[in-house]
Design a protein around this ligand. Sequence first.
Ligand SMILES: Cc1cc2nc3c(=O)[nH]c(=O)nc-3n(C[C@H](O)[C@H](O)[C@H](O)COP(=O)(O)OP(=O)(O)OC[C@H]3O[C@@H](n4cnc5c(N)ncnc54)[C@H](O)[C@@H]3O)c2cc1C
Length: 314
Amino acid sequence: MSAARASRFVRAGAPRNIGVSFEFFPPKTAEMEHALWEAIGRLAPLKPNFVSVTYGAGGSTRERTHATVKRILAETMLTPAAHLTCVAATRTDVDEVIAAYAQAGVRHIVALRGDPPGGAGERYAPHPGGYRNAADLVAGIRRVADMEVSVSAYPEKHPDSPSVAADIDMLKAKVDAGATRAMTQFFFENSLYFRYLDRVRASGITIPIVPGILPVQNFKQTKNFAALCGASVPDWLAERFDGLEDDPTTRKLIAAAVAAEQVLDLVDHGVTDFHFYTMNRADLVYAICHLLGLRSGDTHGAPAALSDAEKERA
Ligand SMILES: Cc1cc2nc3c(=O)[nH]c(=O)nc-3n(C[C@H](O)[C@H](O)[C@H](O)COP(=O)(O)OP(=O)(O)OC[C@H]3O[C@@H](n4cnc5c(N)ncnc54)[C@H](O)[C@@H]3O)c2cc1C
């Protein structure tokens, strides 16, 4: 008889043993804003532990990230986490952003070095008066405000990093500076995540290393993005999407199947927390969360969006 699979035992209504977080990006246009809030409205009742909002390259979305985070605070009961990078900014500038978040009631920052202003692949040079890297930024945040700080982790190593060992040294520096959670870059082979996790644990790092899951909304875009950030795209994945360029309906079904297979296998191997790169779209993420036993209106876990009545009272 085959061994029982843990993923068969995630149940709606059971005390929550699965935790999720959702990542969004700040919208550029009114139409994108509408799409974002539709996605938030759909996903909020699943009561994620937190929702995070990215910070555009070189701080280009500083205002929009702030506005989105503030609106989440004002209009939902979700816990927002604001991403922040130290690219092309002085410490004073960055400290001002941190202080403004603290003032607005934000209690969680995702601290990142960020990509060079010329884009990933260029050589990174810290701003002369700025934070040198992500670990330095984590320390800065802890100095300026009482905040939870999450950071990035790279199962396939960051492209700038000479080795996995150097990469894990950087993760350790971020933890030593005060980070209490890492979310990984997306990956498609779970063995890469588990191998990385073994090395991270062997180096004495004990914080949660939450797998970052990217449901493949658009294969071509995913492939281009993966090439930039050093994530591998296996041949079998390309094969699964092959020939579906003009068939969005089947593409979506395949994307759901691929993500479901990945996530359930992670659960079978003991993973309980997931960070979803939503790309501001709810449908695939919602379906995968459903498979994980998460239900709208679940009484366990974090609170959902405010009802209209609650909004009026707030
Ligand atoms: C969960 C997650 C969220 C993200 N959110 C955003 C976001 O909101 N906005 C955004 O712009 N980007 C974001 N990124 C991308 C990130 O900014 C880039 O990958 C960036 O290049 C590295 O930032 P970091 O904080 O991950 O780097 P770090 O953790 O500081 O570095 C990553 C690795 O690169 C190596 N390294 C770094 N600097 C050097 C150097 N000078 N020389 C040699 N090796 C070096 C180190 O070994 C280190 O392990 C995100 C990434 C992840 C995984």
